[in-house]
Design a binder for this molecule. Structure first.
Ligand code: AN0
Ligand code: CP
Length: 311
């Protein structure tokens, strides 16, 4: 693997899921692979899981890890040819090349600001790193994708499914803040690669990028969509059409024990209790959010392993 910024960087999804499950059973089997290799993680945004699970994954492979909260460094310029007389103190060209000398792999978290669809979809931050660094890049969530999360979700479904082709429903939920579409985008893309019966449910106006949802079944009636679900993946996102806007905070879309039926409850976390999902769900045995978060280590570890093998 040359980089991991999108699910299509994976050659064979079913195979990588099985490899991750094997790694989980024996996480230290490749502890020499990353010896004298350094992972630098750059965070433009907050993180709990990604920050810690990716470091743990790298260390399981014997790598050294350095973390930079980029907002503590110099304010970066991405445009070519600008007169840097304002707030930006360092150009991505220098920053990327300098960091490449210190790292063998660079991982980046850079959320969108949800103001301009075109700008966010250009993935200018992530792509600037890809362009100007000389080492492989891993996305730890970019403007439009969260591929490490989706791979962990796939591992969780594979581990917990009790039938060959489970029904997976991705259900929108309300949220007080405008959130990106990165997590749902990657989850949808991943479900297309898996042998599952998949549908999406959300209020009108919340359709994701049709290039991503493609021919997914979209059902605007949540109750109908949730019928006989084996896994319910709950996530809020802001509108794609009215880009970055909150169109609804309708509490009727919150996930409840009653709506969940017998399905397993999934969420990437962090989650707002009793706004996105009620306590009764999170505190029940049907919630697999904690086990799911554990798989973040193994999704990161299998990705880092494949990149290290290709260095
Ligand atoms: C972020 C998002 O929705 O993209 C990160 C999730 C992993 N969530 C929040 O900001 C609450
Ligand atoms: N799920 C996830 O990416 O969590 P963090 O934002 O805490 O890293």
């Amino acid at each position: 693997m040359k980089k991991y910024t999108n699910i299509d960087d994976i050659e064979n999804v079913p195979e990588i899921i099985q490899e991750a499950i094997q790694l989980k059973a024996n996480p230290f089997q490749f502890e020499d692979l990353g010896k004298h290799k350094t992972l630098i993680m750059l965070f433009f945004n907050s993180s709990l899981r990604t920050r810690i699970s990716t470091e743990k994954a790298a260390k399981n492979l014997g790598m050294d890890v350095m973390v930079l909260n980029v907002n503590d460094a110099w304010n970066l310029e991405y445009e070519d040819g600008t007169v840097m007389s304002l707030d930006t103190a360092e150009h991505i060209k220098e920053a990327s090349q300098v960091l490449s000398q210190y790292a063998d792999i660079i991982a980046v978290r850079a959320f969108p600001d949800l103001k301009s669809k075109e700008k966010d979809e250009s993935e200018f931050m992530l792509n600037s790193f890809i362009k100007h660094t000389t080492v492989p890049i891993v996305s730890m969530e970019s403007a439009t994708a969260h591929p490490l999360q989706a791979l962990a979700d796939a591992i969780t479904i594979e581990e917990l499914k009790t039938k060959k082709r489970p029904k997976v429903v991705m259900s929108w939920a309300p949220h007080p803040k405008a959130l990106p579409q990165a997590v749902p985008n990657s989850f949808v893309t991943m479900m297309h690669e898996m042998d599952v019966h998949f549908c999406i449910t959300h209020p009108k106006g919340y359709d994701l990028n049709p290039k991503i949802t493609k021919d997914s079944t979209i059902i605007y009636n949540q109750e109908e969509a949730l019928k006989d679900a084996d896994f319910v993946y709950v996530k809020n996102w802001s509108s794609y059409e009215k880009y970055g806007k909150i169109l609804s905070k309708d509490t009727n879309w919150m996930m409840t024990k009653e709506k969940l039926g017998n399905a397993k409850f999934m969420h990437c976390l962090p989650v707002r209790r009793n706004f996105v999902v009620e306590d009764a769900v999170l505190d029940s045995d049907q919630s697999v959010v904690i086990q799911g978060a554990n798989n973040r280590t193994y999704s990161a570890q299998i990705v880092l392993k494949k990149i290290l093998e290709n260095l």
